[in-house]
Design a protein around this ligand. Structure first.
Ligand code: SF4
Length: 376
């Protein structure tokens, strides 16, 4: 498998920009645009092997047949020139990028049009574009995060590395993180995915959080492994062939048709990560980047706090009704076109309660947040 030659296929899609109605509560991105299909790093657990992201008949092609979206920068320029400014999830620094530079040219578009970016990488090649990301960041605060799920301190490090063996080692990613931190760019770790039985021991969790803090990272955002359609089949085939000792565990945690782990103490692990982040002075959520002078900056900061509270409620095992009440309130504030501070100053609590999904209790909570944040 390792000796297979990589094929690069020129590809000209009709569209490039995926637009959501509003920013998500994890990365704070509203848009996404990707330069390549397929990834030469070919991590065994990668969700991008799912059919909707990688329409390959043979799942092995994912790592060896790379479609290069040649027209992506032009399409992006056209799409963003008509879109409200918001965070764009973009960039892909697999080895193909050295030659094709599609990510770089897409970042140039974001720089020219004043759009902030969220780049998530397993490769230190992203450092090549530090100058460009600094220029984007100077106008529109951006994020460069690194996917890191283990460190050499982990008892399972060798096995985890076998699952991402074509990707650069985590030490190089931490070193790159440090450079971005020194350049004043918000950076941190996306511990994605936490592989059951491999990445979820306390020694590994602590090592990832500690090293992130030591390298200037300001957050560790974690999520569990998901398995769907052809990616699920591929992952289990690899376990059978190369990691048979893990097969029983994963069959139990991911029974047929379960996309997310069905029998797994995810909340306990997330709480441990929260505790470790507090210990090392960083966060288990990505701080929301906000463009200076944004007329809706206060709204966005309140959305961030409401989403944080929804996550905290979820971790504490509160009812899904309460969790969703906070999420829906956050969406409503995100959708509000007026400055929420002005709404409160002119109409008081009644004004806040006229916002959909904000009743008396959440209205008081939002009023409290406004009082704390207004003028910050
Ligand atoms: S580096 Fe990221 S995108 Fe590439 S295969 Fe690994 S997990 Fe997937």
């Amino acid at each position: 498998m390792a000796s297979r030659r990589t094929a690069f296929i020129p590809y000209n899609p009709k569209t490039i920009l995926n637009k959501a109605k509003r920013a998500d509560h994890w990365f704070w991105t509203r848009y996404s645009a990707y330069p390549y299909i397929g990834c030469q790093y070919g991590c065994v657990f990668c969700y991008c092997r799912e059919q909707k992201y990688s329409p390959y008949d043979n799942p092995d092609d994912f790592a060896y047949v790379i479609k290069v979206k040649e027209n992506a920068p032009d399409l992006l320029r056209r799409a963003l020139s008509r879109a409200p400014v918001d965070l764009v999830f973009t960039g892909d620094y697999q080895p193909a990028e050295r030659k094709f530079e599609v990510s770089r040219r897409m970042l140039e578009v974001c720089r020219d049009l004043g759009f902030p970016v969220f780049v998530l990488e397993r490769s230190p090649l992203v450092l090549r574009d530090l100058d460009l990301i600094q220029a984007i960041n100077a106008r529109a605060p951006s994020v460069v995060a690194f996917s890191i799920i283990s460190t050499p301190d982990s008892p399972n490090f060798d096995k985890i590395r076998q699952m991402e063996h074509l990707a650069p080692p985590p030490e190089k990613r931490f070193a790159a993180m440090e450079e971005f931190a020194k350049a004043g760019i918000l950076t941190g770790t996306c511990m994605m995915p936490i592989l059951p039985g491999l990445c979820d021991d306390e020694a590994n969790l602590e090592a990832v959080v500690r090293r992130t803090a030591e390298h200037g990272g300001r957050f560790v955002l974690a999520s569990s492994l998901t398995l769907s359609d052809q990616q699920r089949t591929y992952f289990f085939d690899v376990l059978r062939a190369r990691f048979p000792d893990l097969l029983g565990l994963y069959q139990r945690i991911y029974p047929p048709k379960s996309y997310a782990p069905a029998d797994y103490p995810w909340r306990k692990i997330a709480l441990k990560i929260r505790e470790l982040c507090e210990k090392y002075g960083i966060r288990d959520r990505v701080p929301r980047p906000i463009i200076p002078g944004d007329k809706r900056a206060l709204n966005k900061r309140i959305v961030e706090r409401l989403a944080d509270q929804a996550y905290a409620l979820e971790l504490n095992g509160e009812s899904s009704y309460r969790v969703w009440a906070y999420r829906k309130a956050a969406w409503a504030v995100e959708d509000l076109e007026q400055d929420i501070g002005l709404v409160y100053r002119t109409m008081g609590l009644k004004g806040l309660q006229s916002i959909p999904n904000i009743g008396p209790s959440l209205g008081r909570e939002v009023a409290r947040l406004i009082s704390v944040m207004d003028g910050q």
